[in-house]
Design a protein around this ligand. Structure first.
Ligand code: NAI
Length: 515
């Protein structure tokens, strides 16, 4: 493994804005003298003032000792001219996100540094390969994509452009690890790992909204209460800023030559056009004004649950539901059976979603009844407190109440969705896994690094590939196949690699849930 830059060697950070100031703090906390440069008068002074305030506050809150804070403050010094960065072992550029400006500044940095100095960019959306093309020695140029706020977020994507030499990328990786970060490696592709793989998290939510499957509050509540995500897509877009989110979506879509998996949504554009950018403007998908009233997620009223149910066949990822039913006082009779597992009670057939709507299942009569309901994927059956369900159009009017009563007996709040393929969590996770699989297939990153990046960069409760393995890879393929059939869109195509093998190393034949 390549060595990190030497302990105590100088680091230069060019651009003293949000990211540059944070990265300077991280490098100083690891014991490096840091030169901080900015082309705008007063920008470095402001960054140093802010750093002082952050240090004082972290000492006051007991997060670090006064000595540590003093040493960080002593190590970060402003410099007025790029040439002062000449002794740096690593230069990290964090200036404005503009290809031409970056090329120009980096050429100047190259001129003033030793040929062995690692030069890194913190770009979040530009191609590392393209930025490097103006350099005399692009081999030593690498992406070090920190996340905001840099001192807090553990993830750093180490991005290799077409010309980056392994030795420099490996050294940047080792340096980030030495600084207490969790680095992952990836190739310079649109969105790198996190901004690429995360697109369906927003995209599927937006399409569900458009299809009238549920409102924003309910989709968000299902994603948190059932999917285990910290925030749902709409609350998160409001936090990030609709304009920022749309810009990333457009950039990944354009750079991937319009791969439909990444297609931005007209709703994003119209909210941006209306100036509804999210929290920062007081209104996005939600209203944050002083008189705003929080809407409740749509939740079915209490119904009486069944005394007993029959569980037919293998329920796969949904099997732990039976334990929750038993804990809730429902008797469960397990009936061995082939074919997809399902639960029968009071004439209702309840099916874990496989990407087909309840109405389609009823129409094909595979279960011999019209009283069919489907339910959504759950991340953690021990802690989930909400579930999304849908009933077939053909079902009798009291079917929904019966289904609600069953899940309520198991301690779930129940949200009825329009009968949409794959409901909310399964649809999103299957698409995240598809995009992640495509990324592995074309060598963007390893499955392990993708899962790590998505857990640490976006706080997903599990990496999408590990999650797909838990669902069962074949089951995930079935879900995508069914959504593909239902929507008839290339967006839901099954990645060939996913049909061939599990991506986290488990062979399909070893899986319990892969039937
Ligand atoms: P910012 O606007 O807060 O800071 C940029 C700084 O660069 C400003 O102080 C500006 O005066 C300075 N600057 C502009 N042109 C310069 C030049 N020619 N020479 C020297 N300094 C110059 O921007 P922010 O958010 O810190 O972003 C910086 C970079 O980090 C961008 O490439 C961005 O894409 C990337 N990034 C941003 C993240 C974020 O959440 N803000 C997250 C990860 C990466």
């Amino acid at each position: 493994m390549a060595a990190p830059i030497p302990p105590g060697s100088p680091v230069a950070v060019v651009g003293a804005g949000t990211m540059g100031a944070g990265i300077a703090q991280v490098a100083a906390a690891a014991g490096h003298p840091v030169f901080l440069f900015d082309s705008v008068d007063g920008a470095v002074d402001k960054a140093l003032d802010d750093l002082r305030l952050r240090m004082e506050s972290s000492v006051a809150r007991g997060r670090r000792s006064a000595d540590e804070a003093a040493s960080i403050l002593e190590l970060v010094v402003g410099c007025g001219w790029l040439a002062e960065c000449a002794t740096a072992a690593l230069v990290i550029e964090a200036i404005v996100e503009d290809l031409d400006v970056k090329r120009e500044v980096l050429a100047e940095i190259e001129e003033h540094t030793d040929p062995e100095t690692i030069i890194a960019t913190n770009t979040s959306s530009l191609s590392v390969t393209a930025i490097a093309s103006g350099l005399a020695k692009p081999q030593r140029f690498v992406g070090m994509h920190f996340f905001n706020p840099a001192p807090v977020m553990p993830l750093v994507e180490i991005v290799s452009g077409a010309a980056t030499s392994e030795v420099y990328a490996a050294s940047a990786y080792a340096t980030a690890a030495e600084w207490g970060k969790q680095p992952v490696r990836c190739a310079s592709t649109p969105g790198f790992i996190v901004n690429r793989v995360a697109r369906p998290f927003y995209g599927e939510g937006l399409r569900l909204l458009d299809e009238g499957a549920a409102d924003e509050v309910t989709i968000d509540a299902v994603m948190t209460g059932s999917g285990g995500f910290r925030m749902g897509p709409f609350a998160l877009m409001d936090l990030v800023g609709l304009d920022v989110n749309l810009a990333v979506s457009k950039s990944v879509f354009a750079q991937s030559f319009h791969d439909s998996r990444f297609a931005p949504h007209t709703r994003q554009q119209s909210l941006v056009d209306a100036g509804r950018l999210g929290r920062k403007t007081g209104r996005g998908f939600y209203d944050y004004g002083p008189s705003a009233q929080a809407d409740d997620a749509s939740t079915l009223p209490e119904h009486v649950g069944p005394a007993e149910v029959e569980a037919h066949g293998d329920l796969g990822w949904a099997a732990p539901l039976l334990d929750r039913l038993i804990d809730g006082g429902v008797r469960v009779d397990r009936v061995p059976a082939g074919g997809p597992g399902h639960i029968i009670f009071d004439g209702v057939h309840l099916v874990p979603t496989n990407g087909t709507t309840a109405t389609e299942l009823a129409a094909t009569h595979t279960l011999g009844t019209g009283e069919i309901a489907v339910f959504d994927l759950v991340h953690d059956w021990d802690t989930a407190n909400r579930i999304a369900v849908a009933v077939a159009d053909q079902a009798a009017p009291d079917t929904l109440g019966k289904v609600a009563g069953l899940f309520q007996a198991a301690g779930f709040a129940v949200s009825r969705l329009d009968d949409s393929p794959g409901l909310v969590v399964m649809r999103t996770v299957a698409q995240l896994a598809a995009v992640a699989t495509d990324a592995v297939a074309v060598g963007v990153a390893t499955a392990e690094d993708i899962d790590t990046a998505m857990r640490l960069g976006t706080n997903y409760p599990s990496g999408p590939l590990e999650w797909a393995d838990r669902i069962g890879v074949r089951q995930t393929v079935t879900v995508l196949d069914n959504m593909h059939g239902s929507f008839g869109e290339d967006r839901y195509r099954v990645p060939g690699l996913m049909r061939r093998r599990s991506l986290t190393g488990r062979h399909l034949s070893e899986g319990e849930n892969d039937g």
